[in-house]
Structures are given as structure tokens and as C-alpha cells.
Design a protein around this ligand. Structure first.
Ligand code: IPM
Ligand code: MG
Length: 377
């Protein structure tokens, strides 16, 4: 068996954590007799730099990258962005545009972010440990619609828009959803809940937004179709509160793009660090896997980034793209073991972690591979 993976290390800590994912992929290949061919391509800030240096059209997603992604069996992305590319000039190309463009172009309308608590990290969570009992939720985020892909406009010099009635700017972002966009995401959420604990919480702001009222209607329709799955609606502000008060109540939490972005960062902290949350973006073609965290430019190049979300993204890739569940289980078990043995990256360490147990990126990657080999097989 041979698979082609389009690897997109991107910016900041991206290349460092991607290296660990590649080492792990080599170990998985060895253990399960599979050949993973990684093909590095540019996305984000590094793509902006490369295209402008080459005198080509400046782009955060060069055509070759998109082409390679389309042809691959799966795409593995690390992170994009950094202050170097935070150009305030209107119309300037931003690294994040590469991410949004690849999601849109590959038709990745569904983003899964499983939130699980690692026993060994209970103390790293800002919540009291007993609140984490039975926490196991799957966030299903719509990924190619809503505010992110509506029109964005800046009108300059508008009469009365300034302070005190003077001339000023008006900024406009529109939020749009088509019924089919809502339907396909909710359907996936209900199907997933049927295989899990049978509860779908659909999150909206139906007391204010028309898009949410459409979302809620579709949710009720879907709920009626899926016997045996319990469906509920929850307002997004209440959901933000419930996630810290009683996170164990959730099974599948499904929501639109912007709400999902915000709630998934919040939910990731239940696990103690944003560095633990992986994601899978699925659609009709090639799927993409990436950590939910960003490029952490402040610690880039220092060799201290936590590679676990990247490694757990490999786990999701094994499950969803390659149907290699046994290998995926072995990766998950390896991460569990390494944490249980007390090994910590800087973001996970606390006063109880002695210096000998604090690991850099590469050392954590090695530990996980070592543990993986014991489970693989
Ligand atoms: C995420 C990120 C991205 C998003 C940014 C980098 C554009 O925050 O994947 O959650 O908002 O979708
Ligand atoms: Mg985000």
C-alpha cells in the first residue's frame, strides 16, 4: 500500500512540529507495511515570500500547492501566519488567506475537532478536575461558509461614519448560509452522534440572526429524521458558559464557522493546552488534517513547541482517510502513555514537572514514536 501525503509545514512552529509528524509517519509505515510519500509544498507566509521573491503573482496558496493537494491522498498542514506578514495595507495578501483558500478549493465544508481529556493532564486544565469526568465531545464546525466567506468591504470617507458625525470608515462583513450548506453539516453531526452517545447540540444565535433561524429549522428537520439521536438547540452565549460549567453534557456539538472557531479554542483548554487539539477537515474530495492551534511565532525556532496536536492530526488522518484504525489507536495510546509517564512539553509542564521531564519538540516526538512501537502491530 502506498499513499501520497501533501505536507504543508507553513510558518512559525509549523516546520518543527511537521518534522515530528513525518518521523511518526515513517514509523507507522514500517509497522503497518504502508508507504507514506510526503510531498512538501508552500502555504501561508512562506508562500507569500517565495512567490514575491520569484516575481510571480503574490499568493498564500500558489497554484502548484493546490494542484499537489488535489492529487494527494490526504493533506497534512501545520500552521500559517506571523507578525512579519501582518501588513495593514488594504488588499495585502495575508497568510491566513492560504488556509481559507485551500479549505474552499478542496470543498472542505466540515471541520471535526475532537476534545478528549487525557487522564494525566487533568491537573493542567484550568477547570477543577471533577468537572472533567466523562468529557468526550466532538465539535463539528461548518468550514466554508458564513462570515469567513461572505463579502468583506471597507468604505472610506463616509459622511457621518466618523466620531461626532464627521467623515469616517464603514466596514462590512456579510454572513450568508445556504440551506444545503447547513443540511450537509447537520446530517454528518447526527450520523456521528448515532455512532457515539446519541446527542446533538446545535449551537446558534437564533434570537438575533436570520442565518441561525435557518440553521435551527434545518436542525429540527434533521432531528425528526434521526430516531434514536436526541437533538437540542443551544444559544452560543449559553454554550460558551456551559462548556466551562458542565462540559460533560456534550456529545456532538455542531455549529457554523465563526461560532465553531471561537468555541473550539475555548473547548481545547479543557484539555489543558491548545497544543493538544487536532482537527480533520472533510468534504467531497481530499481531506485535510491540521492542529487547531496557530503558528506560535513567539516560540518558533526554539524547539520547544508541543507537537502533540500535529501528531493527533496524523491519528485522525489514519482514521478518516486511510481506514487504519488499529494504527490510529496505537498513536492515541502512545500519546496517552507518554503523558502518563510524566513527560511534558513546556506548555503542559507545571510546578510538579521536574527539569528532567520537560521535553522539547523533537524529544517529545521521539518519546511518542517509542511508545507507538510498543502498541503497533
Ligand atoms: C482555526 C484558525 C483559523 C480560522 C485562522 C488561522 C484563519 O483560527 O483553524 O481555527 O479562524 O479558521
Ligand atoms: Mg481558530
Amino acid at each position: 500500500m502506498s499513499y501520497k501525503i501533501c505536507t504543508l509545514p507553513g510558518d512559525g512552529i509549523g516546520p518543527e512540529i511537521m518534522d515530528e509528524a513525518k518521523h511518526l509517519l515513517a514509523a507507522i509505515g514500517e509497522a503497518y507495511d504502508v508507504n507514506f510519500n510526503c510531498d512538501d509544498q508552500l502555504i501561508g507566509g512562506c508562500a507569500i515570500d517565495a512567490t514575491s521573491a520569484a516575481g510571480a503573482k503574490v499568493s498564500a496558496l500558489p497554484p502548484e500547492t493546490l494542484e499537489a493537494a488535489r492529487e494527494a491522498d490526504a493533506v497534512l498542514l501545520a500552521a500559517v501566519g506571523g507578525p512579519r506578514w501582518d501588513d495593514p495595507t488594504p488588499g495585502a495578501v495575508r497568510p491566513e488567506q492560504g488556509l481559507l483558500a485551500i479549505r474552499k478549493n478542496l470543498g472542505l465544508y466540515l471541520n471535526l475537532r475532537p476534545v478528549r481529556v487525557f487522564e494525566a493532564l487533568r491537573d493542567a486544565s484550568p477547570l477543577r478536575p471533577e468537572r472533567l469526568d466523562d468529557v468526550d465531545l466532538l465539535i463539528v464546525r461548518e468550514l466554508t461558509g458564513g462570515l469567513y466567506f461572505g463579502t468583506h468591504e471597507r468604505r472610506q470617507g463616509v459622511e457621518g461614519a466618523g466620531v461626532g458625525g464627521s467623515v469616517g470608515d464603514v466596514a462590512i462583513d456579510t454572513m450568508e448560509y445556504r440551506e444545503y450548506e447547513v443540511e450537509r453539516v447537520l446530517r454528518w453531526a447526527y450520523e456521528a452522534a448515532g455512532r457515539r452517545n446519541g446527542v446533538v447540540t446545535s449551537v446558534d444565535k437564533a434570537n438575533v440572526l436570520e442565518t441561525s433561524r435557518l440553521w435551527r429549522e434545518v436542525n429540527h428537520r434533521m432531528n425528526a429524521k434521526f430516531e434514536g439521536v436526541e437533538g437540542e438547540d443551544m444559544l452560543v452565549d449559553n454554550c460558551a458558559m456551559q462548556l466551562v460549567v458542565n462540559p460533560a453534557q456534550f456529545d456532538v456539538l455542531v455549529t457554523e464557522n465563526t461560532f465553531g472557531d471561537i468555541l473550539s479554542d475555548e473547548a481545547s483548554m479543557l484539555t489543558g493546552s491548545l497544543g493538544m487539539l487536532a482537527s480533520a477537515s472533510l468534504g467531497d474530495g481530499t481531506a485535510l488534517y491540521e492542529p487547531s492551534h496557530g503558528s506560535a511565532p513567539d516560540i518558533a525556532g526554539k524547539g520547544i513547541a508541543n507537537p502533540i496536536a500535529q501528531i493527533l492530526s496524523v491519528e485522525l488522518m489514519l482514521r478518516y482517510s486511510f481506514q487504519m484504525d488499529a494504527a490510529a489507536d496505537a498513536v492515541a495510546a502512545a500519546v496517552e502513555d507518554v503523558l502518563a509517564a510524566g513527560w511534558r512539553t513546556h506548555d503542559l509542564a507545571d510546578e510538579a514537572t521536574d527539569a528532567a521531564h520537560r521535553l522539547g519538540t523533537a524529544a517529545m516526538g521521539d518519546k511518542i514514536i517509542e511508545a507507538f512501537r510498543l502498541h503497533a502491530g
